[in-house]
Design a protein around this ligand. Structure first.
Ligand SMILES: [Zn+2]
Length: 71
């Protein structure tokens, strides 16, 4: 499915929740409250396309971190 692991910043398969990294515990945590937009197929394809056409590895890595997908 080309998604990042369960400990990544955008690891939920269903919604756009973003994790917060704890330096102290060396772990990504997710807020327990809030309503987050559901991921949809069009956004999924759009993110994959953005990652695929990224011009340099640094930009690609940032997009993968942001979107939780890779290609
Ligand atoms: Zn979610």
């Amino acid at each position: 499915m080309n998604i990042t692991g369960h400990n990544s910043f955008s690891s939920c398969r269903f919604c756009e929740i973003q994790g917060v990294y704890s330096q102290k515990h060396k772990h990504v945590y997710f807020p327990s409250k809030g309503i987050y937009a559901k991921k949809n197929h069009a956004d999924w394809l759009s993110h994959l396309n953005e990652i695929e056409v990224a011009s340099n590895p640094k930009e690609k890595k940032l997009l993968i971190k942001k979107c939780g997908k890779y290609k």
